[in-house]
Design a protein around this ligand. Sequence first.
Ligand code: AMP
Ligand code: MG
Length: 518
Amino acid sequence: MLKFDNRFVQSLPGDANASNHPRQVHGALWSRVVPTPVAAPRLLAYSPEVASMLGLSEAQMRSADMVAALSGTGVLAGMHTYATAYGGHQFGNWAGQLGDGRAILLGEAVTSNGRFELQLKGAGRTPFSRGADGRAVLRSSIREFLCSEAMHHLGVPTTRALSLVATGDDVERDMFYDGNAALEPGAIVCRVAPTFIRFGHFELLASRNDSALLRQLVDFTITHYFAEIAKAYADENERIVAWFADVCVRTAKLVAEWMRAGFVHGVMNTDNMSITGLTIDYGPYGWVDDFDPGWTPNTTDASGKRYAFGRQPGVAHWNLARLGDALATLGVDVASLRAALEKYESTYGVAINRVYSEKFGLYQWQDAEGDVMDAAFSMLMESEIDMTIFFRALAAAEDVDAIKDAFYLDGQWQPARDKWAAWFVRYRALIAEQNPSPTQLAARVKRMNAANPKYVLRNYLAQQAIDAAHGGDYSKIDELLDVMRKPYVDQPGREAFAMKRPDWARTKAGCSMLSCSS
Ligand code: AMP
Ligand code: MG
């Protein structure tokens, strides 16, 4: 089956204490912890793409040994289970040690497609669980499972999800923190990524002035996940600066992709930032329906809106600055770190310009184009307009009425129509000027359709799959996964998955408001 190697535990110091009681873990990056078995593990869904990436057949995925391992109820030969220590800035404040409170690594699988760490989310308590139970509920596990794979198919860097397992145990959650705790079915997702190292791993060691261990982790990270940089720089300071610049570049590209797809992470704390530039930790994330830069799905962030859609680029920059602060404690030249951080802004600037030129199907970032796009942005913000439908409609639009369907409120369409019609004339003129031949026009449509998904994991769609699963019907999970497999291709018969959010979902929990309680 799987072959494991586990470089993280072999190369980096671990905690001698093998119990899972909550504590501060010093001088170590990981603690040995065994998942807590569950009552009745049942494989609800798995990703065939991730399984085949790992070299696992359907029969292997469904075997009793595998289901036991994916539910934390058994281990496969070669697995070494552990939880890691990290800290983080939460909502702008240093929060101290956080760590894998409900994530347990199973080990690093060595496959013909590379090395991948497997990690269970919701497999029981660890030394980092603080007062909590180490478990995850079915609703949030379905959301993480589906979104990881949907993001991958959209082409957005992300951790993957191998499996979704029901535990058969109930978990108590107070979804809206209002004193109404209830029992919910528990579940476990097995996440897969080359590494789960976060900004917060470095920050925790820096906060404790543990320079020796911080240096060791930096060295481990660069050696294994940034091999080009390890080779190119002999001098340690130069190497660290070049690596930090690369993290800035990857993060910039990642956030530009979120903005392209209309994805709002919801909790961009530094402990939820992957060092390799992947989307990580799917919690109260959401997809913008109405194009509103001020929208956040996270009810915990409703007043501050720190992590709202349009704020993500700025927050990523702030988070990178905290990573830079941590690296500065190693004596790395601060001016060089600052210069590296500027790579974030320059890379993001280029990436987002490209994103919008692709989304609008315009070719150069010239003045006339900027004006047309700016005009569209301000009109998009004046009315409730569905981002996904709007951009998808632009590719084939012959006249302004093609975007009518993107409007949420009829009452807003009528008064806005004339302004949009005038805009459309300018837009069409630019397109005609830039694409004098039918071949060019066709290429433009292709390019746009590759940047503007038809299908995204709208919050209400995931909620429908969750509601069905709570009623015992798990088929909607596979169906949704299948739709999200080809997000850029029109799928006849599946128009319902490309519709704007229905009115009943406007204020329903799980559809527009997501809780951190998961
Ligand atoms: P998050 O907001 O999901 O990124 O989690 C922040 C911190 O809380 C991390 O250290 C998590 O491991 C921990 N955490 C969240 N939920 C639980 C839970 N149910 N049990 C234990 N730890 C948790
Ligand atoms: Mg987290």
